[in-house]
Design a protein around this ligand. Sequence first.
Ligand code: IMP
Ligand code: MG
Length: 193
Amino acid sequence: MIDNKASFAEMEKDIAWVLADEETLKAKVAEMGREITDYYLSHPVKKKLLVVGILKGSVVFMSDLIRQIGLPLQLEFMKVSSYGHGTKSTGVIEIKLAIEDEILEDADVLVVEDILDSGNTLAKVMEYLKHKGAASVRLCTLLDKPDRRKADIKVDFEGIIIPDEFVVGYGLDFAEKYRNLPYVGVLKPEVYE
Ligand code: IMP
Ligand code: MG
């Protein structure tokens, strides 16, 4: 049998400390799911609840989160580029995968993001979705670095507020690596410096 622990160790050697372990994430995601369900029960959806994941970082969080939302919903994805292979937002944002207009029209949209940093990416995404005729656009993020915020953006459902550290795991990457770590950890600065 293959020892998959050995390959995790290869990634784990780059982690300075664990910011949110598996148990913490599970509890937080369950709490957010309840909060979102509650919200849409008291603000009934017009046509459909459309959960929009921002690729690729939100995929792990999103797959856990939707199983905690007790309402009929549809899934869509958007891909937006902002970072390249660095650790700081370039400020240049490009929509690489959009959603069909008919799907967005009159939909109550819940955007699911892994982490909110400067907010530049999300501000653009929210604007785009409203412009396309969504009935409502709400934002849900697992992690938030408020110290680094540049854009004026309102978070409707927030998971964990974190310090200004570069984190990976549970979907978050550095140069496409570490997404499959089951927890969120702070990357050792020597890995990206
Ligand atoms: P923003 O436009 O500066 O808010 O950038 C948001 C995007 O940057 C997120 O969707 C992440 O893909 C990426 N990002 C920001 N901070 C981190 C981090 O600490 N680790 C991994 N990716 C991050
Ligand atoms: Mg991302």
